[in-house]
Design a protein around this ligand. Structure first.
Ligand code: C2G
Length: 129
């Protein structure tokens, strides 16, 4: 049983997110998603989400590729999450390339996947505006 983890805000869920989650799941058998809480988003990423944590969690849990959703409350929890959830592989979009290589020290494979071009939550908001 190969276990994979990824993290994100996943606000205004779109096909770029789905492309990431599908490829992340394809790297193993079980996918955990660390979902950024509203507080973490605002305090650490200056993101104000359209959907609340609970709404974003419900959306993610309805995706066939996602097996478990946990809260992402700080930048440091990844080091302990990979042990607590027995993670083999950490995956995230390559906009984060290099940022999480330290997880290899925890015995975790680190994979950066290409982002889906042309789509982002901020682009959706701009276009709708
Ligand atoms: N993503 C993608 N293609 C896009 C948009 C997003 O592949 N067009 C990926 C991102 O690279 C990320 C995931 O989808 O892996 C979630 O994106 P965001 O919700 O923007 O996540 P982010 O704010 O980057 O949070 O600790 C890590 C952070 O919580 C990551």
């Amino acid at each position: 049983m190969k276990r994979v983890i990824t993290y994100g805000t996943f606000d205004l869920l779109h096909y770029g997110h789905i492309n990431l989650l599908r490829r992340a799941k394809a790297l193993g058998d079980y996918l955990v998603v660390g979902l950024s809480t509203d507080e973490f988003n605002w305090n650490e990423k200056q993101k104000k989400c359209y959907f609340s944590y609970e709404q974003r969690k419900a959306l993610l849990e309805s995706i066939r590729y996602v097996d478990l959703v946990i809260p992402e409350e700080n930048w440091d929890q990844k080091r302990t999450d990979v042990h607590e959830y027995h993670i083999d592989t950490f995956v995230i979009g390559d906009d984060w390339k290099g940022h999480f290589d330290f997880l290899e020290e925890e015995g975790c494979e680190v994979v950066y996947l290409s982002r889906t071009p042309e789509i982002s939550t901020s682009k959706i908001k701009e276009d709708l505006h």
